[in-house]
Design a binder for this molecule. Sequence first.
Ligand code: C2E
Ligand code: MG
Ligand code: MG
Length: 394
Amino acid sequence: MPFSETAVRSAIASGAMQAFYQPQYDAVTAKVKSAEALVRWIGPDGTIIPPARFIPQAEQSDLIMEIDWHMARCACEMLLKQKQKLPVAVNFSRRHIKETDFAQRLSELVDSYGLAHHLLEVEITESAMVNEEEHILGWINSVRAAGFSVAIDDFGSGLSSLQFVKDMPADVLKIDRSLLSHNCENEKERIVLESIFYFAHRLHMTTIAEGVETKEQLAFMRTCDCGKIQGFIFAKPLPETDYLSLCEINASADEPFDILGAQSPASASALLMGVVFRKYPLVIFSNLTRNTFYMMAYECFTSTGCPSTGVFDELILHGASSMYPDDQQPFASTFSRENLLKAHAAGEPFVRLVTRQKGDDGIYRRVETTDYFVKSPSSEDVLVITLCENLAEE
Ligand code: C2E
Ligand code: MG
Ligand code: MG
């Protein structure tokens, strides 16, 4: 049954339009870190009218803006009462993208409560961004420049494109629950999810999995290094007073936690990679048999102007070209596929050479390159892992 605009407005004015808060938990420590404000219309007899019953209709007009701003005010009021000051995400409909003074208005609102801007997160659904390419980038940038964080909501629910999200300067990617089947038991589905998390992490976005309901889903989310969990497995959206009490309990139960107890393969390898990259800012995996490579470069390597995957022979030529002239020939010869394969056949465990490599600043620095031969259980191909280390200045 449709609602009249007057009914919605009077629900806002009378306090019948309320914010419930669904806690968002750290995926590893299972502690409450933040929440999402979700609108609930409380009927005169106490029945709760869910947003699905009135939000789609409100979104047909600017009425939705009144609801969203009301929710932002509710979130600020809740934060004033909350000792722990955990961030709150508020949903904003696509119509706000056209509000040119949105960031200014949100700043004024949050300032009027004397709250720090980082406590408010702006959620905008992925589908709202489609066909808004013209405005959305500037809009997100202005919201973030004002100190608020921005989350892309419902990622994966519509015609999502990684290509599109990669251009969005958002802080958080919320993975839609439609991507999670009952127990995440489907192999292909797991691969898709793993790739999405990998992609988000590479873009330095934090991740929230929505709609996690089962132990199996939670366990799988942990192996993907998901940042936070928002789902019925931990909590449903709660009235303000219940959420505030939960935060009190959560704060007092601050036991020391051993992160290794819940270590996932992905986060263990991330720790390992962190250590490897500290010493070797450039790591290359090559298949000598197939003449291919895959490169992982850390920001501080002297020169990384090379594609991250391609033809091995070309990589060597490219690498040699930015070296000190006297070093180019020895490098190209030592690391030619032919000579590497000979060294491997002769039983050498590795091949090593120090050269002078030109950095982006035009200065040559000594780099030690070591190719370790490695065996893959799934292939007879000759593989090498190259570790490049910047040596101290002479
Ligand atoms: P949303 O922003 O993606 O919010 C998450 C929805 O998923 C919430 O539904 C939440 O209750 C539900 N959910 C969370 N965990 C689970 C779970 O484990 N299992 C299941 N089955 N559901 C879970 P809710 O509160 O009914 O809100 C539905 C949608 O209505 C929201 O989706 C959002 O798009 C919209 N909405 C809610 N409040 C507002 C608002 O203040 N402004 C605007 N513009 N939209 C709102
Ligand atoms: Mg949301
Ligand atoms: Mg969502």
